[in-house]
Design a protein around this ligand. Structure first.
Ligand code: NAD
Length: 484
């Protein structure tokens, strides 16, 4: 059994891929001895999780910032800690109701039998998480898994090694390896992890790796929740309050320097307003962040490769004729040294530009002319189904059309990103942006088996359908055909 040794330098280990199977076997054996923990046991674990995570806030803030190069403290508090705290509070309040056996109706022809639904823990949940919100995206699925009575194994991203190590150490203080296990290491560990026969696997990451993980899970018939990415559009209607839209889009785009799965990826809006919108976005960005270089409020790009990728997107757009507006007049060399990218609004784009084809995942914002709702919807619907869609406007008819007819994982109206942290609605993608959902009750149900149970009564009409089949049987079939 792999155990974390608190006396080792840094307290941790890099998990060996070949050891993962033993951890899963130990978790499953422990689960089988206690396959349906009561509310008191689940509550104690959720409270312990809260105490462990919130009790190490400063260390997590530092580890994440060091992993990024620099991560604004407030970005971490808002997008990791507040979200986790909200998730645990919600689970503590509502899980007792969600885990109750519930009555279900019984159709007339089967009465007086009864139907019930028993939510039952699945066993061991595997969680693979990305680097962009490294703590939140490991812990939010864990909250759902624990609330639903499961055990869990987590594999955080190799891009955030300090945070992963800390998570391993912190969770080991309160949970045994048979309860919650954190595996650290690179792609070889992630790959072995995704090949384990979990009872459910939650993967958060890119669509390309999601395909590999989906295939690996499929070989073991492991059900998956895939939380993926994509290009999330913003549609700005003529009826929108522009000042509000500009402030909220800038905020949603620049949180974590745009390295957010649901960050507004590109904007569709009436052509006549594009220039004033682009100028206003730059002005707003400069109000939020008067400088980008050296600004502690502004998060860096996680790695050189991602920085180079963003520069390449911009260069490609510029070479193909796009107009580029950049916030703040910081020294370019200094920005490169710090791996910081200011808000860059890209107009006069064409579909052949890479920036219009790939998920941007950084503070670059293309703006595309779209003079009618039908045109905007056509652009959105002709691409891959996005993880999020944002609509800004006051025209309720148009809003309802967008909500009814567009297909995306989720939507925020007159806002960006905030639908993600609503524990009362499911969060998930659709098509290439993901499958399945979690958060709140949706997470509880994803990590439970909602077992349907039929309880026959002493007296049952079923005997009228027993063989040998006679005229009486056929009369009964005829009668049933009439009442159904
Ligand atoms: P990624 O797909 O590169 O990595 C995610 C995780 O997969 C990491 O833990 C990594 O170790 C693991 N991994 C890598 N190769 C693997 C393999 N062959 N087999 C199994 N696991 C493997 O994603 P990333 O760069 O860390 O994150 C950015 C992406 O994640 C973006 O596309 C973003 O939109 C998406 N994302 C989605 C959500 C969501 O909730 N839908 C949230 C955050 C990020």
């Amino acid at each position: 059994m792999v155990r974390i040794n608190p006396d080792k330098p840094n307290g941790g280990i890099t998990t060996k891929p070949e050891d993962l199977g033993a951890v899963l076997a130990a978790q499953r054996a422990a689960f089988n001895k206690n396959p349906n923990p009561d509310w008191a046991a689940r509550k104690a674990k959720l409270e312990k999780l809260r105490e462990l995570i919130l009790g190490h806030e400063a260390e997590f803030v530092k580890a994440i910032s060091d992993d990024f190069g620099h991560r604004a403290i407030e970005d971490t508090l808002i997008s990791e800690f507040l979200v986790i705290q909200g998730g645990i509070s919600h689970a503590l309040k509502h899980t007792p109701k969600w885990m109750k056996t519930r009555k279900a109706p019984t159709a007339m022809q089967y009465k007086p039998a009864k139907n019930i639904i028993i939510p039952q823990p699945l066993g061991v949940i595997g969680i693979i998480s990305p680097w962009n919100y490294p703590l939140q995206l490991a812990i939010m699925p864990l909250i759902g898994a624990i609330g639903a009575g499961n055990r869990a194994m987590i594999k955080p991203s190799e891009y955030t090694p300090r945070m992963s190590q800390l998570l391993q150490e912190v969770l080991a203080k309160g949970f045994s390896d048979e309860e919650v296990f954190v595996a650290t290491g690179g792609v070889e560990v992630a790959s072995a992890f995704s090949g384990l026969p979990f009872d459910h696997l939650v993967f958060t990451g890119s669509t390309s790796v999601g395909r590999i993980v989906g295939e690996a899970a499929g070989r073991n018939l492991v059900p998956v929740t895939l939380e993926l990415g994509g290009k999330s559009p913003v549609i700005i209607d003529e009826s929108a309050d522009m000042k509000t839209a500009v402030a909220r889009i800038t905020n949603g785009k620049l949180l974590n320097a745009g390295q957010t799965c649901v960050a507004p990826d590109y904007v569709l809006m009436p052509e006549a307003k594009i220039n004033s919108f682009a100028e206003a976005m730059i002005e707003q960005a400069e109000t939020f962040y008067p400088t980008v270089a050296g600004n502690d409020d502004y998060t860096t790009i996680i790695a050189d490769a991602h920085y180079a990728r963003l520069q390449d997107l911009l260069e490609d757009a510029e070479n193909k004729g796009a107009k580029i507006r950049t916030a703040c007049d910081d020294d370019k060399q200094q920005l490169a040294k710090e791996r910081r990218v200011p808000l860059t609004v890209v107009t006069e784009t064409t579909p052949d530009m890479k920036i219009m084809q790939e998920e941007i995942f950084g503070p670059l914002l293309p703006v595309v002319a779209s003079d009618s709702l039908d045109e905007a919807m056509e652009t959105v619907q002709s691409g891959e189904r996005p993880l999020a869609l944002y609509w800004f406007g006051e025209d309720k008819k148009k809003r309802d059309k967008v909500l009814k007819e567009s297909i995306s994982g989720g939507v925020s109206v007159n806002e960006t990103a905030w639908h993600v942290v609503q524990e009362d609605i499911p969060f998930g993608g659709v098509g290439p942006s993901g499958m399945g959902a979690y958060h709140g009750e949706a997470g509880f149900q994803s990590f439970s088996h909602m077992k349907g149970v039929f309880i026959q009564s002493k007296w049952s009409q079923g005997k009228n359908l027993f063989p040998p089949y006679t005229d009486k049987t056929r009369k009964m079939i005829g009668l049933m055909k009439k009442i159904l």
